[in-house]
Write a protein that binds this ligand. Structure first.
Ligand code: FES
Length: 103
């Protein structure tokens, strides 16, 4: 594996069209499994820091449970209404069904 990447989960840990939170080096990372792809974001909403894990995944949108801001679950882009700030996204790679992220 390339330098800087750490193993965070197995692909079977995250249900299809679901999301799960993992802790790596004291950072909370949200792994999203949507449309047969895996994406990694920082777990804190860029609006006021609410943990996104307590929000919901609705199709391709992650909706924060605090002020209901919506984010694209593949790019992390915000579509409002509370903030235009995107999610912090991590590079992710899959090898032998293990998920690695660059942190
Ligand atoms: S903390 Fe997420 S929308 Fe406000």
């Amino acid at each position: 594996m390339k330098p800087g990447y750490v193993k965070i989960a197995h692909v079977s840990d995250i249900p299809e069209n679901g999301m799960k939170m993992f802790e790596v080096n004291g950072e909370e990372i949200l792994i999203v499994n949507v449309e047969r792809g895996f994406y990694a974001f920082h777990n804190n909403c860029p609006h006021m820091g609410y943990p996104l894990y307590f929000g919901e995944l609705d199709g391709k949108k992650i909706r924060c449970g605090f002020h209901y801001n919506e984010f694209d679950a593949t790019t992390g882009e915000s579509s409002g209404p509370a903030t235009q700030e995107p999610l912090r996204k991590y590079k992710l790679e899959i090898h032998d069904s293990a998920i690695y992220i660059n942190i």
